[in-house]
Design a protein around this ligand. Sequence first.
Ligand SMILES: [Mg+2]
Length: 294
Amino acid sequence: MAANPINVLVIEDDLEYASLLHVIIGEVNPDLFQITHIDNLKDALSLLLQQNFDLVLLDLFLPDSTGMDTFFKVNSAIQEIPIVIITGHNDKSAAVRAVREGAQDYLIKDELNVNRLVRILLYAVERHRNLNTLKQQTLVDDLTGLLNRRGFLSLAEKQVRIAKRANWESILLFADLDNLKTINDRFGHSEGDQAIKTISAILKETFRTSDIIGRIGGDEFIVLAIKTSDENVSSITARLERNIKRYNQQIPDYELSLSFGVVHLHPKDDTSLEEAISEADKGLYLHKQRKMKE
Ligand SMILES: [Mg+2]
């Protein structure tokens, strides 16, 4: 066990309680868990983007965020890490709701019991690992490792709901790889597969790890990205074009190019994910037509 401790991030503004957790968990088995403590949401979110954790212990009531909102923000930033809620007796109902929305479990502060605590943490990590394996088997595209259509739709639906609640704007990009048939015909299918993998790598590089990227048809790709305040659609598409260009310099025989359509999702709109996809698909079609006339 010592070689691979479980990395736990404790997000809790009650310093006394945080150090109590530290002592208790450490006493059980100092090699089993490695604990990092942060006392506010903002610093916790930025740490989660930089460092890998196996588990988050989350207090819902922090100086800069309260209640379910705290859970939604952490969960949407790090969908692949299990979250266990730390809660006081008086806010137990929020903890129960959080579990319904995908948190692994909750701990009640004044009922802290060492064995129960360790069992909750170990189960949370194990359950989440099993879930991830299952999900990967059915939701991921074999060739590229991106989500397949089913995987994309299921995660994107969830993300759209979270964005609505948190009042975030999102961007949906629907793209297809131009001339895949020509590449297949002239250079063979393995080169066609290579082109698809290259486009996947370009999309992963262009978007953030928290964005949802899928391959939903032979040559069709789709991305749902939470829009950050300093970004607009044209800066994202410019970054995409730049990255494609850079990869093309390394391919001697043909040029990769994407046609795409982009749609803005506003939290106040009632546009469904399907409507947004068909809207973006129309944009893609127009983009392709424009390119053929050039
Ligand atoms: Mg608190």
